[in-house]
Each structure stands twice: as C-alpha cells, then as structure tokens.
Design a binder for this molecule. Structure first.
Ligand code: PAF
Length: 281
C-alpha cells in the first residue's frame, strides 16, 4: 500500500498508473477512519480501477481552535484499516504546508446561498475552508468520481455546487449515512465520547426517526416544537439547531411545499458537537 505526502509524487504515480480505460475514485477524509469511511472506499473500489483516499485534517475549516487541536490524528491505525480493504488503495497524507504553501487561509466562495444555512451560519468560515481544500485536492487527484457521506449533507450539496461552478469533470457520489447498531451516525468525533455518552447520543437519531414518522401529519412548526420538547427533557444535550429544509436549497422552511425535505440537527453532548440528518419524504 502506497502512502504519499507530496502532491508531485502522487501525481507522477497516478500519471504512470492511468490508462485509457482507468477511472480514479477519490475519498477525501480527515482521518480517524470508521466503518462509514470504509464503506465509501469500498464503493470507490467497486466502481473504479484506481482508488485514492486523502487523510488531511484541514485547519481552515475549523472555526473552533480547540476542535482542531483535539481532532483525532491516527494515521498508522487508519493505514491498517485501509489495508484490510485493499492493498491497492493509494493514500495521500500531506502536511499543512504541502497543501497551503505557508499561507493557511481559505478562498472565499459563493455557493449560491447554500453556505449561509445551518452549519454555515453556526460555523463561520467553515464552508470556505471545505471549498478551498476540496478544490485543491480535486486539482491534485483529478478524480472521475468522488465519494462523500450524506452525514454531512450540506457539505455534499456544497461540493456538488463547487464542481458545477468550476465546470469540473467530476461525478460527486453521495453515500448513505453509516450508523452504529444504536443508530448513532458514525463520525470521527464519536471517538471523543465516553461509553455512556455514546449510549446517550443514540437519542439523536431516535428523535429524528420520530420526527420523520410525524412528518406527513404535522406542520413544520409542530415538528420543531416536538424536537425542542424532546431535547428539553434530555439536559445532557445542548441543541445548536434543528431545521427542516428542502434538500436542494437547504433554506429552513416553515411551510411544506411539494419538494424533498430533510431534517437537520446539530447538538453538543459535553463539549463534542454532533450532527445528523434524515430524509423526511
Ligand atoms: O468531510 C470531511 O471529512 C472533510 O470536510 C473533507 C471533505 C475531507 C474536507 O476536509
């Protein structure tokens, strides 16, 4: 299994590997890999002749310095997990300077307003950081297909917009959320939860499922009230937001129209921020 930390060496290797028939599948990650990441890689292996995974904790997308500092960095363990899937997966694990050349700042992006909702409103600068690093990685890896989990549904929509606005010939593949048996959405941040907190965190998805079951018979304000009341009786959580929004615009809605909706939630459990979402119809 090959691990590159210099972009030029990765690019030379990919150039040498590529044939007229080959396709590159790409899974960008920040490491601390879990089953969810492995399922994205497996999908890429199934659908492409070459699979590249990047492992890079991108400083510009963290609005909270403590979150950046505490983000798990587990390259050796990650490489071991990747190896269990396939020895042929190529890992790109650069240092910050290799990606930012001594200038660790984001480019400013306009994603037609997608960047202003929910995660964008609650984490200033986050999607500029995501857009900046994903564009840099796409320029280096030049994938045919790139795989993103629906847990970060807003990020997925933003990456699709990035590709559309820059006319990049990349197919963005959204993949279903991987969950623990308890229903908790898999996330690298779960590593920061105690065993008790992990059990408590199952309440997030349970509540989303209940909201989904009420969607056809309740108004959006009623559903928001239901979720607010549910979390009010669980003081271990602090709710950052709960919103119901059309999948396309992501603009939080108050009345239902004839479109596809999702419920989105962000909560703090202790000092760990967790997000999840569910399609409603
Ligand atoms: O979803 C993530 O892990 C990150 O936001 C990404 C897409 C790898 C960019 O740093």
């Amino acid at each position: 299994m090959l691990i590159f930390n210099k972009k030029a060496l990765l690019q030379n290797h990919l150039e040498a590997l590529k044939t007229a028939q080959s396709t590159i599948g790409f899974v960008p990650t920040m490491g601390a890999l879990h089953e969810g990441h492995l399922s994205l890689m497996q999908r890429s292996l199934n659908e492409n002749t070459i699979t590249v995974i990047s492992i890079f904790v991108n400083p510009t997308q963290f609005n909270n310095p403590e979150d950046l500092q505490k983000y798990p960095r587990t390259l050796e363990a990650d490489a071991g997990k990747i190896k269990t899937l396939s020895d042929s997966i190529i890992i790109f694990a650069p240092e910050v300077d290799e990606m930012y050349d001594g200038n660790t700042i984001s480019q400013h992006y306009n994603f037609d307003g997608l960047e202003n909702q929910m995660e964008g409103a609650h984490r200033p600068g986050h999607f500029d950081g995501v857009g900046t690093i994903v564009k840099k990685l796409f320029d280096i890896v030049k994938p045919n297909n790139a795989y993103f989990g629906e847990k970060d549904f807003q990020q997925l929509q933003i990456v699709k917009k990035l590709v559309e606005k820059n006319n990049l010939p990349i197919n963005i593949v959204g993949c279903p959320i991987s969950r623990e048996a308890s229903g908790l959405a898999m996330s690298s941040r779960n590593a920061r939860l105690s065993d008790t907190e992990k059990q408590e965190a199952a309440f997030i998805y349970k509540t989303l499922q209940e909201a989904k079951s009420k969607f056809s018979t309740s108004s959006i304000p009623q559903l928001k009230q239901f979720v607010e009341d549910a979390f009010a009786s669980h003081p271990e959580f602090t709710t950052d937001y709960f919103e119901i929004a059309p999948e396309e615009s992501l603009v939080p809605a108050s009345i239902k129209e004839n479109t596809k909706y999702r419920a989105f939630i962000a909560v703090f459990l202790g000092n760990v921020r967790l997000i999840d979402n569910i399609s409603l119809n």
